[in-house]
Design a protein around this ligand. Structure first.
Ligand SMILES: [Fe+2]
Ligand SMILES: [Fe+2]
Length: 225
């Protein structure tokens, strides 16, 4: 139990910002300075532009798309780790650069709208890299089959979101433009995969079906938690 007798006279004076006698070791700083330190805000922190809290739809879209673009970034990172020095290196690097840009955009939106990222971020980070590197280890065509499967799901997912935004009472124009641009780039990635022989990969049907189910599951989880 807090007793008044435990409360020293100097403590009370400190709370009042009144000068108290200093001991020798404390003489480099005055009591007033200490009080000022408490009152002055920390101005060294970077100020982020904050916006109004988003609608439930925008909140969900930003969270799930941030997770998806993070996963895509890691998939291409995994492909580059295995195939980066081979003939497919430049093609994969170009797609990876675009994925990094997509990820940056959704990271900014997460901060600006104060959206909670999915708690699955660390899992998608590792799973994405393993998927990219794992399929690349099976060969260039298997890597492209992975690209085709992932991008098919992402294009469908973005088209669904575009419909939802357009049907909402107040469509978010910035999100609409962002998702439209990214959807078009994901479609290009899909087409690049096909052009680079994805369909000739061994077990193409099986590989793409398994990856599609995995991506759809990841999307469903990231929307909720
Ligand atoms: Fe992307
Ligand atoms: Fe993509």
């Amino acid at each position: 139990m807090l007793r008044l007798s435990n409360f020293s006279h100097s403590s009370w004076r400190l709370m009042q910002c009144q000068p108290i006698p200093l001991q020798k070791s404390q003489r480099h700083i005055t009591t007033q300075q200490r009080c000022r330190q408490k009152e002055e805000p920390n101005t060294t922190k970077t100020a982020l532009p904050l916006r109004k809290r988003p609608t439930q739809l925008t909140d969900e879209i930003i969270r799930v798309d941030h997770a998806g673009e993070l996963g895509a970034d890691r998939i291409y990172a995994g492909q580059m780790a295995v195939l980066g020095n081979g003939p497919m290196g430049k093609t994969i690097a170009h797609m990876w650069e675009q994925e990094k840009e997509h990820r940056r955009k959704f990271e900014n939106l997460i901060h600006e709208h104060r959206v909670r990222p999915t708690i699955m971020v660390p899992i998608w980070n590792v799973a994405g890299f393993m998927l990219g590197a794992g399929t690349a280890l099976l060969g260039e065509k298997a890597a492209m089959a992975c690209t085709v499967a992932v991008e098919t799901v992402i294009v469908e997912h973005y088209n669904e979101q575009l419909r939802q935004i357009m049907e909402s009472p107040k469509p978010d124009k910035e999100l609409l433009a962002t998702i439209t641009k990214f959807r078009d780039e994901e479609q290009e990635h899909h087409d690049t995969g096909i052009d680079c022989g994805a369909e000739q990969a061994p077990f193409y049907k099986a590989i793409t079906e398994v990856i599609k189910v995995g991506c759809k599951t990841a999307i469903a989880i990231s929307k909720r938690i």
